[in-house]
Write a protein that binds this ligand. Structure first.
Ligand SMILES: NC(=O)c1ccc[n+]([C@@H]2O[C@H](COP(=O)([O-])OP(=O)(O)OC[C@H]3O[C@@H](n4cnc5c(N)ncnc54)[C@H](O)[C@@H]3O)[C@@H](O)[C@H]2O)c1
Length: 440
């Protein structure tokens, strides 16, 4: 069992403190608000959450849970500090890290005045939501540049995923536990602290742990707005969006699934762009605002523009485009963003050579042929039969097709810039000269 100091006794801190005390740890909560400290001292919760009152009362009665305004009292012989202070928005929307900075400094100052834990090792762990690089730039340096005597300090980010209203239940049954740290002792401490949970601990970089919480919240917000917006668009057509979304959610293959959630290049093809346009049209003719649908199309367009800008910044004139269809294992070129890339780069005067492992221009027909001929009338001339041919003299390679032949050709050609458009090309490609991920 450990001694744990919890800084900040709001929703996250109060639930965390009471939950860890219930697991047998000795927990001292610290807050700058005397009302919250007094409430806990009296066995009461400073926040309203189902189940928390019992946990608080039992924790305080057992002597394992206490609260104080005095940081030194909490830090004496303590194994872990969990920082759960608020990180509100500034008037410009930035994350205000004032409370984090102050709490980190309080922890550091206290170390000069109190005994280190018996092991000598102490973990300072951020549970508040903070932007990537906060741990690296703000938390870790406080202990690295001015190390406290007698203490070995490791720092980490371990985001909290509880929801208000279900905080206690979520604390004991989180979707995952994520620890971002470069310190092995801190990883071990966190694994031991959470060993009562039934979920594996994901060890990641500090920045990944920090970013993850924002990605989760953005996705939750996007889902709510999507369901609301799609309901608004279809309401004039008499569609009961509750019934429709019920069925929508039953699709765990494409809808409620990891499908389409891997970072990569723009979407395209014969359906998504067309149907998105139709939906926007339906919204427009009925006077319905659909900013998320509009934003989706804009965001997709920016994915293409971003790659063009990166190509322009290199300075070379020769581009190899390896992979032309909008996804692998199809020769459908309709609204392929790779066709768009080729068209725009040719328009800007680049010498573009294309290789696609399954594309045969002689076999293209119908609307597929009409589409590509309208955008790339000289496709026959641009299309090479091997990746080596496409890469002759190439300064830049834009790659969405994989395979042994492509890997070997890239290794030989060594372009100045190699943009991976899929993220699934493999380590051999990622080790090639000039490699950059499109979004990583
Ligand atoms: N509320 C949620 O559901 C939730 C869920 C997951 C993550 N988070 C994140 O966790 C963090 C805390 O959220 P919250 O809702 O618990 O905040 P909160 O505002 O309810 O509580 C923060 C507490 O920190 C205290 N505090 C400020 N400076 C302090 C210091 N130097 N020392 C000790 N205490 C100090 C405040 O007095 C306050 O009691 C935020 O970053 C938030 O984004 C919140």
């Amino acid at each position: 069992m450990m001694k744990i100091a919890v800084f900040g006794l709001g929703y996250v801190g109060a639930v965390t403190a009471a939950g860890l005390a219930a697991q047998g740890h000795t927990v001292v909560g610290v807050d700058v608000d005397p009302v919250k400290v007094d409430l806990i001292a009296g066995g009461h919760s400073p926040v309203v959450e189902p189940g928390i009152d019992d946990l608080m009362r039992e924790g305080v009665a057992s002597g394992r849970l206490s609260a104080t305004l005095d940081c030194r009292e909490a830090m004496d012989s303590t194994d872990v500090s969990l920082l759960c202070v608020g990180t509100p928005s500034t008037s410009h929307g930035a994350t205000d890290l004032t409370y984090i900075r102050r709490a980190v400094q309080d922890v550091r100052d206290a170390m000069d005045h109190v005994r280190p834990p018996r092991s000598g090792h102490h973990s300072v762990v951020v549970r508040s939501t903070v932007p990537p690089r906060t741990g690296r730039d703000i938390v870790a340096p406080v202990f690295a540049t001015d190390p406290p005597e007698g203490w070995r300090v490791g720092t980490a980010m371990c985001p909290e995923f509880l929801r208000e209203g279900a905080g206690v239940a979520d604390f004991f049954d989180p979707p995952f536990v994520v620890v971002g740290s470069v310190d092995d002792d801190t990883h071990r401490t966190m694994a031991s602290m959470f060993d009562f949970l039934d979920v594996p601990i994901q060890h990641v970089s500090v920045e990944t742990a920090e970013a993850l919480k924002y990605a989760c919240n953005a996705f939750h917000a996007t889902k709510v707005s999507f369901a609301n917006e799609i309901g608004r668009v279809f309401r004039p057509y008499g569609v009961d969006s509750r019934e429709m979304m019920e069925i929508f959610c039953a699709d765990t293959k494409l809808n409620i699934a990891p499908t389409y959630l891997r970072p990569g290049f723009a979407f395209g093809g014969s359906c998504l762009p067309k149907d998105l346009r139709s939906l926007q049209h339906m919204a427009r003719i009925n006077g319905v605002d659909a900013p998320q649908l509009l934003g989706t199309a804009t965001s997709n367009e920016i994915s293409v523009r971003d790659v063009i800008d990166r190509v322009l910044s290199v300075g070379g004139r020769h581009v190899a485009l390896l992979g032309l269809s909008f996804k692998s294992n199809t020769d459908d070129l309709r609204e392929s963003p790779n066709v768009e890339l080729a068209e725009r780069l040719i328009g800007k005067g680049f010498d573009v050579r294309i290789y696609d492992p399954i594309l045969n221009p002689q076999q293209l027909m119908g609307s597929n042929r009409a589409h590509v001929m309208a955008r790339l009338p000289h496709l026959d001339r641009l299309l090479m039969t091997t990746p080596q041919d496409a890469l002759v003299g190439a300064d830049i390679a834009l790659v969405s097709a994989g395979g042994e032949q492509v890997v070997e050709a890239l290794q030989d050609a060594q372009p100045r810039l190699l943009i991976d458009l899929t993220g699934r090309l493999g380590l051999e490609v990622e080790r090639c000269a000039g490699y950059e991920g499109v979004g990583w």
